[in-house]
Design a protein around this ligand. Structure first.
Ligand code: ZN
Length: 341
């Protein structure tokens, strides 16, 4: 089966024919992957931001959708033919051993879920069954972008009606945060991005104000929108260490700052305000519980209380993965999706 393989850090992925493990182990599920999202986490894996990658060569991708082809012993949460979301956050069910694939006779590692491959052996606790009439392309977004963004608003920040929100970085995550913030009637919802096109897009997803980030008086622009008050809640989604420091500095003395992006470096902050009323925390996938959250979002979408149309701005095939990654790095896309099968 065709797969994108990370063979060396800081290099393009290699698209090759990889062999599946011969048998499924306890708690494993074989899924034909239909769609996969692309997210900053994979860029960080390729760039080895956490240090030398001891799992090379390995498969990657952590949000997707697909159809169950086979189940291993012990699996109770899915059956053959079920449509599923593939997600990196744990749900209920078995945590299986991670699978071992083979490529030209060499072992290829993989985590509990991978999605840049035509078929995936996934741990039972990384899948959630969805109705068969639900669009699989949209469903892929539930693997990370939507559940993490909505979770950051609902679980981490617990945004209240009328609270002011600042979102720094309007990629897939930032747009979902904007949308979730608008669903809970936050106001104003200010978005900051280096690309004007992302701000225009953000306005379709709930932003009430947008600021192009290269403005040299970002802070005064934000505070003028808020009539001299600072944002009650700030979401930092870029993971850029300098921007994270700026997000913390920008927040008022009783502001709540939440880091959503995976940091690309260490940060340096003046911590005294934390002894008083300022708070700083980091979101781990919006603390989402996929098998509880995904059915709720599907219910809202089916009843036209929520729509994820237009979130996906670009689509590529698996063979075009490196082109898709380059576009992601440019910061010009919303959510990019790979059509796998
Ligand atoms: Zn992700």
């Amino acid at each position: 089966m065709k797969s994108a393989i990370l063979t060396e850090s800081n290099k393009p992925l290699v698209v090759g024919e990889v062999d599946l493990p011969k048998n499924l182990e306890f708690g494993q599920v074989l899924v034909k992957v239909c769609y996969s999202g692309l997210c900053g986490a994979q860029i960080n894996e390729i760039d080895a931001v956490k240090g030398p990658d001891k799992f090379l060569p390995h498969l990657l991708g952590h949000e997707g959708s697909g159809i169950v082809e086979k189940i291993g012993d012990g699996v109770k949460r899915a059956k053959v033919g079920d449509h599923v979301v593939l997600h990196w956050r744990k749900s209920s069910g078995i945590q299986s051993p991670t699978p071992k694939y083979f490529w030209n006779g060499k072992k290829v590692n993989a985590g509990w879920v991978t999605t840049f491959n035509e078929k995936a052996v996934v741990s039972e606790n990384r899948i959630t069954v969805i109705p068969k009439d639900f669009d699989l392309r949209t469903a892929a977004l539930f693997g990370c972008a939507v559940t993490s963004g909505f979770g950051a608003v609902n679980n981490d920040a617990q945004v209240k009606i009328g609270q002011s929100v600042l979102i720094i970085g309007l990629g897939g995550m930032g747009l979902n945060i904007a949308y979730a913030a608008s669903m809970v009637s936050a106001y104003p919802i200010i978005g900051v991005d280096v690309h004007k096109s992302k701000i225009d897009m953000g306005k379709k997803f709930g932003l009430t104000h947008g600021i192009v980030a290269n403005s040299n008086n970002l802070k005064s622009e934000i505070y003028s929108i808020l009539e001299k008050n600072g944002p009650e809640i700030t979401f930092e989604t870029t993971g850029n260490a300098k921007v994270m420091e700026q997000a913390y500095e920008l927040a008022p003395k009783d502001g709540k700052v939440i880091f959503v992006g995976v940091p690309d470096n260490k940060i340096s902050i003046y911590s005294l305000p934390l002894a008083f009323d300022k708070t700083l925390s980091a979101s781990h996938g919006g603390n989402s519980i996929p098998d509880k959250d995904i059915p709720r979002y599907i219910k809202l979408i089916k009843n036209k209380k929520m729509t994820l149309e237009n979130f996906i701005t670009h689509e590529f095939t698996l063979s075009e993965i490196n082109k898709a990654l380059d576009l992601f790095r440019s910061g010009k896309a919303g959510r990019i999706i790979l059509k796998i099968n």
